[in-house]
Design a protein around this ligand. Structure first.
Ligand code: SAH
Ligand code: SF4
Length: 343
């Protein structure tokens, strides 16, 4: 049984079943999430006999090992975690003065198959469990000996295609007995699964939603992001606007800038039309070249032109900093270079 996938109620049920008082569940949560201990033997305020019974029940704390890690000069650190079945996923630690962010994965591989994405090119292996998602953030906090303040589901996988586990993990990151991260500091990024966006709206959590927009007309977007063939742009935008209206949270629209593909003036005009007048924010991202597609990032002057034009139209916009370029910190790239034990 994996510990980090359990919420308080579930852990209390285990504790009661083992004949211990309910408050032992909180004590366990404290050790694991607040004190960052994986070792039952260190949990000195728990009776030895209880710890033994937990071991007999097969309670596992800490589900994965760091298979490899690379740190860049700016402190960005990329982790490759080996899961218990031998598959690997990656997560990235991004330190800034005021925030410590972890970018985590929600699936091994991804079935969406975006043209420009290293993960998409690898295909889908399996969903991560809630415990495997939470543990990426927890383990990195342990390793960096710091409180992780922000987390974004922008590693491998499509979070809304693994809805239950992702939401359970997010609630554990947010819980007062868990990692105590503010919901407003948690972001889910999606290629645009419309029914799941509406479902997320109903959760009444103050989560940030990011949409991987990347193109402003259906024919290009369908070529780049096959999900668009099922949920075309008009439907996706409607769902995002509805999310913004209902939650009063600003939706981020991610826009990878690919030279000659989606960075023409006509694209800019449509981008302005799509984003003007509602609670959104455009994040311009330099395309990070991956093998197998002959795309290049837009030149800096084109990026600046997009930035300025959007600003002139009063649209909230930023250019995502390229962090940790030396450690291949872009989506899917570290994992691609590592041989998995099950391959
Ligand atoms: N599946 C989700 C979240 C994971 S991908 C989604 O697609 O939104 C996280 C982000 O990395 C997405 O915005 C994705 O479009 C972007 N991305 C993927 N490949 C990239 C590349 N080669 N260069 C820059 N960004 C990339
Ligand atoms: Fe999957 Fe996101 Fe990569 Fe597309 S960009 S293949 S949805 S991980």
């Amino acid at each position: 049984m994996e510990f980090t996938g359990l919420n308080l109620q579930e852990l209390e049920a285990v504790v009661l079943e083992l004949g211990e008082p309910r408050y032992r569940a909180r004590q366990l949560m404290d050790w694991v999430y607040k004190k960052g201990t994986d070792d039952l033997d260190q949990m000195s305020n728990l009776p030895v006999s209880f710890r033994e019974r937990l071991k007999d029940r097969g309670l596992q704390i800490g589900l994965m090992l760091v298979a490899e890690a690379q740190e860049a000069g700016d402190g960005t650190k990329k982790y490759l975690f080996r899961l218990q079945d031998g598959l690997c996923v990656e997560a990235v630690y991004i330190p800034e003065e005021k925030r410590k962010t972890v970018c985590f994965s929600t699936q091994v591989g991804c079935a969406v198959g975006c043209l420009f994405c290293a993960t998409g090119q690898q295909g889908f292996r399996r969903n991560l469990t809630a415990g495997e998602i939470v543990d990426q953030v927890r383990k990195i906090g342990q390793d960096r000996k710091t409180r992780i303040s922000h987390a974004v589901a922008m590693g491998q996988g499509e979070p809304l295609a693994n809805y239950e586990a992702t939401l359970k993990a997010v609630r554990l990151l947010n819980a007062d007995y868990g990692l105590q991260m503010a919901a407003r500091h948690l972001t889910i990024s999606t290629s645009g699964i419309v029914p799941a966006i509406y479902r997320l709206t109903e959760e009444a959590l103050q989560l940030n939603l990011a949409l991987s927009l990347h193109a402003v007309d259906d024919s290009l977007r369908s070529r780049l992001i096959p999900m668009n063939r099922t949920y075309p742009l008009a439907q996706v935008m409607k769902a995002c606007r509805d999310y913004a209206t209902r939650t009063k949270r600003r939706v981020t629209l991610e826009y990878i800038m690919i030279a000659g593909v989606n960075d023409r003036e006509a694209d800019l005009r449509s981008l302005v039309e799509l984003t003007a007048g509602w609670l959104c924010h455009v994040n311009l991202i330099p395309y990070n070249p991956v093998p197998a597609v002959d795309y290049q990032p837009s030149p800096p002057r084109v990026r600046r032109f997009f930035l300025q034009s959007l600003e002139e139209n009063n649209i909230a916009v930023s250019i995502r900093q390229e962090r940790g370029a030396e450690v291949d910190a872009a989506c899917g790239q570290l994992r691609q270079r590592i041989k998995e034990s099950t391959d």
